[in-house]
Design a protein around this ligand. Sequence first.
Ligand code: FUB
Length: 314
Amino acid sequence: MRYLFPSDYMADPSAHVFGNRLYIYPSHDRESGIPENDNGDHFDMKDYHVLCMDDPDQPEAKDLGKILDVEDIPWAGRQLWDSDVVEKDGRYYLIYSLKDKNDTFHLGVAIADRPEGPFTPLPDPIRGSYSIDPCAFKDEDGEIYVYFGGLWGGQLQRYRDNKALESAILPEGAEPALPARVVRMKADVTQFAEEPKPVIITDDNGQPLRADDPHRFFEASWLHKHNGLYYFSYSTGDSHLLCYATSRSPYGPFRFRGELLQPVVGWTTHHSIVEWQGRTFLFHHDSVPSGGRTWLRSVKIAELEYDGEELRLK
Ligand code: FUB
């Protein structure tokens, strides 16, 4: 494991290979002076940059500069959190998390003709979108699915059946854990094509993971496909693990398979997984370089390997 961009704080790295290059779309952490709280107000990011690499073994990633600023987004309130980019027909769609002027998270879309941007934001958030942490996955048949959701500051507990609740409900104990959501995108990649569905993660007996299971979903969805199998990976939040689960369908249900990463320094753990030049890489972050300040994180790379269907750090 090594740090990829020591000269600035970046987090939540979403990596993709477009052409011969690997692009990393991170959150751009900064010191805003807002005190740390469970609402995540201290994660007060204002813009996105894109990093790139031409070789997996190069010592550092290169910053290609700013690709979107919160001031250019008409519906913006505050806090640009995790994002992801998907390519379709030669155009690039940045799907991002942002609070509106009522302090409610939604997902937005910004479009570019090149992976390095600049990205032009659409005037409104995606209709029916809520919560945070979009992962945009393009399947082999060209369909694009977005996986999203995050608890606590990510506001997922404020929704049931895609409708806002009057007050938040967090399942407890033996109740089924709150699931991430998956939704297929319309052909123009700007709106949902259907109602989001729950991403159910089960144990070996087919039972949904319980709310008190340390392996239950919290935030940071990622989806990749290997040998026809869909791998859904995610952060467990307050138990600080990165875990994965597999399915034969992009909609799941996904069977819990194991832990990918043990807790890192810093409260959050977040990642992406990408196959590049015949190898598989984990991009993630920790807060070691900032001395443990959870809101000032640094991007890292590690190599993964398969053992049959199982995935683990190399
Ligand atoms: O970067 C802000 C938030 O922290 C992300 O959206 C979460 O996944 C966590 O990493």
